[in-house]
Design a protein around this ligand. Structure first.
Ligand code: ZN
Ligand code: ZN
Ligand code: FE
Length: 769
C-alpha cells in the first residue's frame, strides 16, 4: 500500500444520472492513477477514491469544476476514510434498494458528436434516427423507474448487439454505460403508417414517405421524444389552415421547427441569448421576433409579431427536417386541448382524421412531454411552459419539511412533490377541462410517487372548491389519511417566485392573472399581497366588477367590459354594450348584472385587459385564453413613451384600485380617434405605474411580479423599470412559469413554511371545505 495514500468518500447531489457522470469519474480516476469505485445512488452519486494526496486533490477539484455537459452539482460532500490499498477503479451496479431521489436529468437534443456521426457516410450509425450517447438522447421520456439503468427504461426489450455491447463496456468509448444506446442492427426502427395503421414503408423509405407528404402540404404525425407531434409545411398557408381546421385550433399560435439555425435566421430575428437557448441541450421553443421578410405563412401565428421557433430535438427530427428543408409547423399531437398522444394505437385513433401519414417507431414513450416554451424576459431566460428538456430537474427546498404532494391549479396544470430538500415539479399537463387531461393528472401523481418511492405526508391544493385537482387532492388525502392544505391561488403565485429565489423575508407580491379563487369567494386576480413566512395580507386589489356568465366570460371580453361599464353606471353600459350584444342578450346581461345571478365579482387584471381590449376595439371575443391581452400588448408596438391613464387608489387595508378614471379616458380617447397603439401603451403604463405606486405605499424593498399577466413582456418590462427606478428589488419567476404552471411549486413552498411555523399542518382554510 502507498504509505502516503489518502482515501475520500464523496457524495454528490444534483443532476448527475444519465449525463455520463460515472464514466466521466472513471476516466478521470484512471487518468490520475487513482483507485476506488463510483455508484449511482437514489439521491445522487457516491464514490470512493484513493491515491496520493495531490492527485486526489486535483481529482476532487476537477469533479467540482469540470463536470460533463448536462451535469449540475448542487452539493459535494467529502470525508476521509481508511485507505484500502485496492487497485483499479470500478463502476459498481446501482443500489436498487433505495430507489428514491431526484437527481435525474431531462431529455437532451443530439450532441455534436452524434450529429456528426449520423451525417457521416460509412459510420455504423449513418442516418440512424436513434443515435444517442452518454451526453445526449432520451432520458425522462424513457425512464420507468430508478435507479437509471437500461433494464428500467423503455429500451429494455432491445438487446444490445455485439458492437453496441462493446461500446457500452469500453471505458474510453463515449457510449460507455450510455443506457439508451442503440444501432441500426439492435435498436428501434422506423415505420410509416397510413391513417388506418397499415405500414406503408420502413427505415429510410419511411423518412422519404414523410418528406413527400410534407412537401405536398399534407399533414404528418411524427412520434417525437415525448409524444406525437403534428407537422405541416409552415410556408404553405392552405396547409396550415387545413391543420387548424382538423385539429380544431382556430388562432392559437403554432410552434415552428427549422431545419437549421441558418434557416431559422432567415425567418426570425434572433439575439445571441436566444440562439444559445435554441442550441442548448433542452432545445426548447423560443419566442423570437418574426423577420420582416419571413417565408412563414401568416396562419402560423395570426396577428402576432413573434414566432415560437425551435430546432431539432432528436436525430429523427434532424434527419426529417434537413430532408424536407423547409420550416415545419410542429405542434403537439392532440385535439384542441387534450394531452399529447404517446401510445401508437391511441395516436392512430385520435389523430387518424387529422394526419395523412404517421411516422412512428417501436420505442415506447414512458410519459407525455410537450415541447417546452421559453422566451428572453427583461432579465434573461424565462420558462413559460416547462416540459421536455427541463423536467424532472428539481428545485431546491430551502428548509426541511414533510413530503408534500401538491396538485396545483386547473389551467396549465402541473403537480409537485417535495421530498427532503428538493421539489420535483412535473411536466406541463395541460388544462384539466377534459377527461383525458384529468386522467393524466391522476396518472402523473401515481407515477411521481412511485418513481421517487415517496409516501405523501401532506397533500396540497388550490382553495378553489371545484377544480378537478382539488377534488383529486381531497380523495388522496382521505386515501393516505394525511392532512390537506389549501393554498390561496395568488398567494401560491407569489410563493412560487419566493421558492425560486429563496426569499424568506417580507415581500410585496403583485399577483396579477386571469382569475383564481379568493378567500372571500370572489374571483381574484389583481392582488397585492404582503407576504412574510406563511402569511399573506391582502394589501390592495382592483375594484371589483361582475362577470356575467362567470368563467364563460374568459373567452368573451365584451362580457367583462359590460360588467365594468355596469359597475360604473348603467347608462354607459346600455350605450356602449349595445355594439356587442343583441337587444335580447343586452337585457339578459343587464338583469344578471343587476341581480348578481351567475355573475361573480372579479378583481382580475387579466379581465381588465379584456375590458380595455374590447373598449379599444382590439378584440371582444377570444378563441383562446389570453388572446385579447396578447393582441392589446402587440397593438402598443412602436409607441415608446406614453403617459399612464389615471387610476385612483382609495381606502386602506386593503387599498382599492379604482379603474373607472382609466376606463372613462379609454372611452374618451377612442371617441376622439386616438390610435389604438397609444391607448394600449397608456394602459400598460398605468399598470406599471400602479406596480410602483403600490410598492411605494407598502414600503417593502422586495417586490415579486407573479401571475400570468407578467407573461406580457411590455407590462413586465415597464413595471420592472419603474420599480427599479424607485429603488425596489424586483423578482420574477424564470425557471418556473409565471402562469398557473407555477402554482404547484408555490404550494410546496407554502406548506413547508406553514409546517416550519406551526410544527404541524392544520390548514387555516380547512374549515371552508
Ligand atoms: Zn451524443
Ligand atoms: Zn447495436
Ligand atoms: Fe393564476
Amino acid at each position: 500500500m502507498n504509505p502516503g495514500a489518502q482515501r475520500l468518500s464523496i457524495t454528490l447531489r444534483g443532476v448527475l444520472q444519465a449525463v455520463g457522470f460515472r464514466p466521466f469519474v472513471y476516466r478521470l480516476a484512471a487518468q490520475m492513477g487513482l483507485s476506488g469505485w463510483v455508484r449511482n445512488e437514489a439521491d445522487g452519486v457516491r464514490l470512493e477514491v484513493e491515491g496520493s494526496a495531490e492527485p486526489v486533490r486535483v481529482f476532487v477539484d476537477a469533479l467540482r469544476r469540470r463536470p460533463p455537459p448536462g451535469a449540475l452539482i448542487f452539493a459535494l460532500v467529502s470525508r476521509p476514510v481508511a485507505p484500502r490499498g485496492e487497485t483499479g477503479f470500478r463502476i459498481l451496479a446501482s443500489h436498487a434498494a433505495d430507489a428514491s431521489g431526484t437527481g435525474l436529468p431531462p431529455d437532451s437534443a443530439p450532441c455534436d458528436d452524434c450529429v456528426r456521426e449520423i451525417a457521416t457516410p460509412g459510420e455504423r450509425r449513418h442516418r440512424y434516427p436513434f443515435t444517442h450517447c452518454t451526453s445526449c438522447g432520451p432520458r425522462w421520456s424513457v425512464i420507468e423507474a430508478l435507479p437509471y439503468d437500461r433494464a428500467r427504461t423503455t429500451l429494455r426489450s432491445f438487446s444490445l448487439c455485439s458492437d453496441c455491447a462493446r461500446e457500452y463496456e469500453e471505458p474510453t468509448d463515449r457510449r460507455f454505460h450510455a443506457q439508451p444506446i442503440a444501432c441500426p442492427h439492435c435498436g428501434p426502427r422506423l415505420a410509416a403508417l397510413d391513417a388506418t395503421g397499415s405500414a406503408v414503408a420502413s427505415g429510410e423509405d419511411a423518412i422519404a414517405a414523410a418528406v413527400q407528404v410534407l412537401r405536398e402540404g399534407r399533414i404528418c404525425a411524427l412520434k417525437g421524444v415525448g409524444g406525437y407531434q403534428l407537422l405541416v409545411d409552415a410556408t404553405d398557408p392552405s396547409a396550415v389552415a387545413r391543420l387548424r381546421r382538423r385539429k380544431r385550433r382556430e388562432e392559437k399560435p403554432f410552434a415552428v421547427m427549422f431545419p437549421s439555425l441558418a434557416a431559422l435566421r432567415r425567418d426570425c430575428e434572433v439575439t445571441d441569448d436566444e440562439m444559445r437557448t435554441l442550441l442548448s441541450p433542452a432545445a426548447p421553443i423560443v419566442l423570437v421576433r418574426r423577420a420582416r421578410l419571413s417565408s412563414l405563412a401568416a396562419e402560423v401565428a395570426p396577428n402576432n409579431p413573434y414566432v415560437g421557433a425551435m430546432l431539432a430535438s432528436s436525430p429523427l427530427h434532424r434527419l426529417l427536417l434537413s430532408d424536407v428543408d423547409r420550416p415545419m409547423v410542429c405542434t403537439s399531437g392532440n385535439l384542441s386541448s387534450e394531452p399529447i398522444c404517446i401510445d401508437d394505437a391511441e395516436a392512430l385513433d385520435r389523430l387518424g382524421a387529422v394526419a395523412d401519414l404517421f411516422l412512428a417507431h417501436d420505442r415506447p414513450i414512458a410519459r407525455p412531454l410537450d415541447d417546452s416554451l421559453t422566451r428572453m424576459g427583461p432579465t434573461g431566460l424565462e420558462i413559460l411552459r416547462r416540459a421536455r428538456g427541463f423536467v424532472p430537474r428539481s428545485f431546491p427546498r430551502a428548509e426541511d419539511g414533510p413530503t408534500v404532494l401538491c396538485l396545483g391549479g386547473h389551467l396549465k396544470s402541473t403537480i409537485a412533490l417535495a421530498v427532503g430538500r428538493e421539489v420535483v415539479v412535473s411536466q406541463h399537463l395541460g388544462d384539466l377541462d377534459c377527461e383525458p387531461a384529468r386522467a393524466l393528472l391522476g396518472r402523473t401523481t401515481r407515477d411521481l410517487l412511485r418513481f421517487l418511492g415517496a409516501r405523501p405526508e401532506v397533500i396540497a391544493c388550490d382553495l378553489h372548491p371545484d377544480y378537478a385537482s382539488t377534488r383529486l387532492a381531497e380523495a388522496l388525502a382521505a386515501e393516505h389519511h394525511v392532512p390537506l392544505e389549501r393554498v390561496q391561488h395568488h398567494h401560491a403565485h407569489v410563493a412560487a417566485c419566493a421558492a425560486e429565489h429563496g426569499l424568506a423575508g417580507p415581500l410585496l407580491g403583485l399577483a396579477w392573472d386571469g382569475v383564481g379563487y379568493g378567500e372571500d369567494g370572489d374571483l381574484w386576480g389583481g392582488e397585492a399581497l404582503v407576504c412574510e413566512g406563511a402569511r399573506a395580507l391582502r394589501f390592495a386589489h382592483l375594484r371589483s366588477f361582475r362577470l356575467p356568465g362567470g368563467e364563460a366570460a374568459v373567452r368573451e371580453g365584451c362580457r367583462a367590459a359590460a360588467g365594468a361599464l355596469h359597475a360604473m353606471d348603467s347608462a354607459a353600459f346600455s350605450a356602449i354594450a349595445a355594439a356587442w350584444f343583441s337587444p335580447r342578450e343586452l337585457a339578459v346581461f343587464g338583469a344578471m348584472l343587476r341581480s348578481g345571478f351567475n355573475s361573480p365579482r372579479t378583481t382580475s387584471v387579466g379581465r381588465l385587459f379584456d375590458v380595455v381590449a374590447a373598449l379599444a376595439g382590439v378584440r371582444d371575443h377570444s378563441s383562446f385564453e389570453g388572446q385579447a391581452a396578447m393582441e392589446l400588448e402587440y397593438a402598443a408596438e412602436g409607441v415608446e413613451d406614453a403617459a399612464p391613464y389615471p387610476l385612483s387608489l382609495r381606502g386602506d387595508a386593503p387599498i382599492v384600485v379604482d379603474w373607472e378614471p382609466l376606463v372613462l379616458e379609454v372611452v374618451a380617447d377612442r371617441r376622439r380617434g386616438v390610435p389604438v397603439a397609444v391607448v394600449s401603451a397608456r394602459f400598460h403604463e398605468a399598470l406599471a405605474w400602479l406596480a410602483a405606486e403600490l410598492a411605494r405605499l407598502a414600503a417593502i424593498p422586495a417586490v415579486a411580479l407573479a401571475g400570468g399577466c407578467f407573461q406580457n413582456l411590455r407590462l413586465a418590462t415597464s413595471a420592472r423599470k419603474r420599480l427599479e427606478a424607485a429603488g425596489f428589488t424586483v423578482y420574477s419567476p424564470a425557471l418556473a412559469p409565471p402562469n398557473d404552471g407555477g402554482l404547484s411549486l408555490g404550494q410546496a413552498w407554502m406548506v413547508t413554511r406553514r409546517w416550519q411555523e406551526r410544527g404541524a399542518c392544520v390548514s387555516e382554510y380547512q374549515g371552508k371545505s
